[in-house]
Design a protein around this ligand. Structure first.
Ligand code: NAD
Length: 406
């Protein structure tokens, strides 16, 4: 009996389970481990944070995907990996010993060691963290009613990457609801974004990036660029602009500081002794660790290099699903005949679209630049496809985005 252990029920891990349990016969056992008993659409966390979606809108039970005759699901926290002894350590269950291991443990918010971030800024890397942001925003609106201090209406977003930009859009959609709760006008809710780079959205053409930036600014958002956040205090962000030698230091008061300056792979990866950087490993062409061929690294813990590039592909749900599918096929092959697939993992992106609120978006899809209404619909179709690829038809019917025409 061969034992395949899959760690993490995000896009990548759940995709492996979904595909592999259709393929294996009686002599293979699968075990899936996740700290939660639900899967969530990490691409929509910003909407839960803003309160434009409920946690239940973007999540579904792992039990909907798991076939108990093949797969055992364990809800627990992975605490360590012992690669030499092929063992996974869990917080509340016995150690698991594997023949093959799939590490799909996802990402955490990266503070880059900036003082005060862990204590005073709100991360948005999990469903619980996104929901905590929403609850915090509601509490700040209530507090404003009590003390009438405008810093309770101020929101600072640290970092204008895709996550920060998408969050701005959702917060703009939520402005009226938040303002009603605080008893103020929507324009009194101040959304500020502090971004280190002066060259935003570098993956897009200059024209498309400018469109995105102007779209965000048209919402009355204060976008401060070329500003590195150097410290976070309770209700205050410190940032520096200009050359490091003669930089000008400024501060901004806000009772809500949301941290979206980037993510790293699960800390379990660094601790396990893989050759990794910020929780990410450059895997082999079959997505296995170069030193442990029975260990796969997929999703946000993998840094996959394009054949002709020197920067890894961006970590997205789309590539995570592709990796999950490839690994299920590769494992099915190894479990049947002991051989890897003859073809390596390859990836072709369907496109990259940032949604800015429910009705605006921009990006590139199938080689075309898309803006506005059409881009928003395209994004929802890509999201439906992700849902379909993991959860199947049942989840699309329950949670799919059918408001394509708004
Ligand atoms: P990111 O690394 O892409 O962006 C972080 C931003 O924060 C950067 O612009 C960086 O300059 C800025 N920053 C870093 N340190 C800072 C500091 N001290 N002060 C001010 N600004 C600072 O991170 P992300 O936006 O979380 O995205 C993570 C990954 O997920 C990316 O690969 C992204 O493409 C992907 N993603 C994709 C989508 C989508 O396809 N729609 C949505 C969200 C995220």
């Amino acid at each position: 009996m061969k034992h395949v252990v899959i760690l993490g029920a995000g896009y990548a891990g759940l995709k492996v389970v979904h595909e592999l349990q259709k393929r294996v016969k009686g002599d293979v056992k699968l075990t899936l481990v996740d700290r939660n008993n639900y899967h969530y659409e990490a691409t929509d966390l910003h909407e839960v944070a803003a309160g434009t979606k409920k946690p239940s809108d973007i999540s579904y039970p792992i039990a909907d995907v798991v076939k108990p005759s093949v797969t055992t699901f364990i809800q627990d926290e992975v605490t360590a990996l012992d690669l030499a002894n092929q063992t996974v350590k869990l917080a509340d269950h016995k150690d698991l010993t594997y023949d093959y291991l799939v590490c799909a443990l996802g990402f955490v918010s990266e503070s880059f060691g900036i003082p005060g971030v862990d204590e005073h800024a709100l991360p948005m890397a999990t469903l619980k963290e996104a929901e905590a942001i929403h609850q915090h925003l509601l509490a700040m609106m209530d507090k404003y009613q009590e003390v009438q201090d405008p810093s309770y209406l101020n929101i600072v977003i640290g970092g204008a990457g895709f996550t920060g930009i998408e969050l701005v859009g959702a917060l703009n959609d939520a402005r009226k609801t938040l303002a009603d709760r605080a008893g103020v006008q929507p324009s009194d809710i101040k959304i500020n974004v502090i971004e280190a780079s002066t060259h935003l959205l570098p993956m897009f053409s200059e024209k498309l990036a400018t469109y995105g930036i102007n779209l965000v600014k048209s919402f009355g958002v204060n976008l401060v660029t070329g500003a590195r956040i150097t410290k976070v205090d309770d209700g205050q962000v410190e940032f520096q602009q200009g050359d490091p030698e003669d930089a000008v230091t400024s501060t901004m008061e806000a009772k809500t500081i949301i941290w979206t300056t980037g993510v790293s792979g699960s800390p379990i990866i660094d601790e396990a002794g893989f050759s990794a950087r910020r929780g990410r490993v450059i895997p082999s062409e079959h997505l296995t660790d170069n030193d442990h061929d029975n260990v796969y690294l997929i999703g946000d813990v993998a840094a996959v290099m394009p054949p002709d590039g020197n920067r890894p592909y961006p970590t997205t749900a789309q590539i995570a699903l592709g990796m999950g599918k490839y690994v299920a096929n590769d494992l099915a092959s190894r479990l049947t005949n002991g051989q890897h697939l003859t073809t390596p993992f390859t990836y072709k992106s369907l496109g990259t679209v940032a949604s800015v609120g429910n009705t605006h978006a921009f990006g590139e899809a199938m080689g075309h630049e898309v803006r506005g209404y059409m881009a928003s619909a395209t994004k929802k179709m890509i999201a439906n496809e992700s849902l379909f690829r993991v959860g199947g038809f049942r989840e699309v019917m329950k949670k799919g985005r059918f408001d394509l025409y708004h």
